[in-house]
Design a protein around this ligand. Sequence first.
Ligand code: COA
Length: 372
Amino acid sequence: MTVVISATGLYTPPHSISNDELVASFNAFVARYNSEHAEDIGAGVLPALQQSSAEFIEKASGIQNRYVLEKAGILDIQRMVPDIPERPNEQISITAEIAVAAAKEALKKAGRDASDIDAVICSCSSLQRPYPALAIEVQKALGAGGFGYDMNVACSSATFAIQNAYDIIKAGHGRSVLVVCPEILTGHLNLRDRDTHFIFGDASVAILVEHAEIAPPGSWAILGTKLQTRFSNNIRNNFGFLNRCDPQWRDMPDKLITQQGRKVFKEVVPLVSEMILQHLAELDLKPSDLKRMWLHQANSNMNRLIAERVLGHEATQEEAPTILDEYGNTAGAGSIIAFHKYSKDLAAGDKGLICSFGAGYSAGSILIQKAS
Ligand code: COA
């Protein structure tokens, strides 16, 4: 029995922020901070904050731009957090809303009615609440049937959910499973931290995973999935209920994302490239069988190295397309955005790989083949 990816959908937020705009705001904040704390900095009690630079950001990460749900609050140096007001319970939550927008595109492309869906999985690194599950809210908003639940595996959220959807269909619990990955990452980004302020953007994707018997033409057969996790503190976010036990929690930077970028780079590149090679071997495939790799979009140098280790040569944009320059890091959504934008030109029989990696560490590999 074959399980396929029938269609994908993408929601891109209406606002974008260039590196220059982001850096101008960050540097204005640094100048104000250093001037306000000049006495302590002069006395050696406090370290002066250092300026950021657009050139550094592009060279270190490949990011030139990011899309955001709200722009003014991010750039306002009095705030430096997006101004996304809480909504009343009667109104659809913002995360469910952007999940629905991406889902509608995927359903339309597959010619599928929402009532045909047997399950909704909402899997992302930026779940806005613990319950009720966002997936159930998305299920209701779409008019889908069956059941829904949420998952979070950081940047690997979408690939891990694709495997769950695959398993649901293989086990006979459903034939049409909708995976949504709405990532509002500007909410957990520390815009006052020079090392990380530029990394993330917002976006939402949807992936319709189905039994091949009902799949529309042009779908992608899932040849196999492989997941891996290995505990690491190098990307971490300690935000959670128990923080309420500490009266100081609002002032603690580790309640937003923190990372040891260099260590992540060094440790994740071998983990991911070895996993891809192992997955290919398990399915009796060679790297040269891959027409394209849609890699997680966190850092262009990291992707270059992973692709090179897998293919044995430097990958072209056609072999490993990037969307990082335009979108920034969109966590779980990144590899799916790359697939969504750069897969239409492939022919029946062509094989490809969707691969995610991120906090956990976690990594997911999905090998697919375009059906006729
Ligand atoms: N502007 C200007 N300079 C900056 C800067 C900024 N915003 N941030 C750091 N620098 C400086 C540092 O101070 C350092 O200077 P020094 O050499 O004088 O000490 C220099 O640039 C290099 O810093 P470093 O942190 O080593 O940069 P890097 O080349 O490792 O790039 C990352 C940083 C985070 C972009 C990169 O390590 C990375 O992307 N790693 C992987 C992260 C990842 O994939 N995370 C997964 C999330 S899903």
